[in-house]
Design a protein around this ligand. Structure first.
Ligand SMILES: *Cc1c(COP(=O)(O)O)cnc(C)c1O
Length: 382
């Protein structure tokens, strides 16, 4: 296999709820959820049943033919988002690529997109060009023309970056890969107002924050705004490859047959899972996510651990920023030794993305393990 991932020396062969099991049967607590993918936990009985039924009837038909399951999911996604039309693809980066194309098509010659420094939008050339982190560009230049990056959360910088050929602003409400940076209160609303004033599009990348992760179905719903376009993937089908772009009717009006496409996009098996995911992420679960998110953050604060500089996030998307001399990768490795999976976000932030089905016991297990790892380390470093 090509050396694109530095892998931990462990292999998981089975999962159930918030737990994974390695080849020897050892149990691990999963506070990463495959990077915000398996929000409803592993081997969810309702999802498993829906997928098995689809596998037994039909795997794939071309998007040249009608699809009631796709239409049902599109109906749910437009209802929930406040938008009008959906395009299905297979991943996050494909959703962002599609959004860039749709924005340019709508723009009729306007083509520039402003995004944020420290953003992450994907690995293919359009989404990579939109990503405001040099480390992802290095060695792959030149990027596509028409992208500029300004400091996240600073509305005046976005206004300054605007020009007559700007077509859209592309933004995460919480930068996931960039450090779990939460947009300052009111910032997304200010972007909405500025986009309205200039008649440009506000595109929100909900690939990591969507599908309940922050305690609302889409994270922009905390701000009471409706974007023009939303990109989703990761949690949408709880582990099967699916992505979706949801857009307003004015954008949909500029797209015609042949403008974009995907052979696999909206695959029936992934759609079968997603239709159940949407059903399962109801108001009860969203309240539960908010409640456990607050509990987890408050408990982390209460531990008052050395090396911890800041704890931030929303719902069950939480970042723990460590002091500069402490490597997040090292802590993630030590946590794995304690049978707990956590993520990282850059060199100094631990990223927690637990499944939405966690219980008191699992939160306690995480807190005790994290405390042990940090206290042990402080003993070694002193
Ligand atoms: C993960 C991620 C992407 C890319 O998704 P892939 O499915 O890995 O291509 C894009 N944007 C955000 C915000 C993400 O978190």
């Amino acid at each position: 296999m090509l050396n694109t991932y530095k892998r931990f020396p462990v292999e998981f062969v089975r999962g159930n709820g918030a737990f994974l099991y390695d080849v020897s049967g050892k149990e691990y607590l999963d506070f990463l959820s495959g990077i915000a993918v398996t929000g409803l936990g592993h081997n969810h009985p309702v999802l498993r049943q829906a997928v098995i039924e689809q596998i037994n009837s039909l795997w794939h038909v071309s998007n040249l033919y009608e699809s009631t399951p796709q239409e049902n999911l599109a109906k749910e996604l437009t209802n929930i988002s406040g938008l009008n039309s959906v395009f299905f693809c297979n991943s996050g980066t494909e959703a962002v690529e599609a959004a860039i194309k749709f924005a340019r098509k709508w723009g009729k010659g306007r083509y520039k997109i402003i995004s944020a420094l420290n953003s992450f939008h994907g690995r293919t050339y359009g989404s990579l060009s939109a990503t405001g982190q040099n480390k992802f560009h290095l060695g792959f230049e030149p990027m596509l023309p028409g992208f500029s990056y300004v400091p996240f959360g600073v509305i005046d910088e976005f206004k300054k970056a605007y020009s007559d050929d700007t077509v859209a602003i592309l933004i995460e409400t919480i930068q996931g890969e960039g450090g779990v940076n939460v947009a300052p209160k009111g910032f997304i609303k200010e972007l909405r107002e500025f986009c309205d004033e200039k008649d440009i599009l506000l595109i929100i990348d909900e690939i990591q924050t969507g599908f309940g992760r922050t305690g609302k179905f889409f994270s922009y719903q905390h701000e009471n705004i409706i974007p023009d376009m939303v990109t989703t993937a990761k949690g949408i089908a709880n582990g099967l490859p699916l992505g979706a772009v949801i857009c307003s009717s004015k954008i949909a009006g500029s797209i015609q047959p042949g403008d974009h496409g995907s052979t696999f996009g909206g695959n029936l098996i992934a759609i079968a899972a997603a239709n159940k995911v949407v059903e399962l992420i109801d108001d009860n679960l969203l309240n539960f996510i908010s409640k456990w998110g607050n509990t987890l953050m408050n408990s982390l604060y209460a531990l008052d651990l050395p090396f911890v500089k800041e704890i931030r996030g929303k719902g069950l998307m939480i970042g723990i920023e460590l002091e500069k001399n402490i490597s997040s990768k090292k802590i993630a490795g030590l946590m794995l030794n304690e049978s707990v999976l956590v993520g990282t976000s850059g060199d100094s932030v631990i990223r927690l993305l637990p499944p939405f089905i966690i219980t008191q016991n699992e939160v306690m297990k995480f807190l005790l393990s994290f405390k042990k790892v940090i206290i042990n380390l402080s003993g070694l470093i002193k």
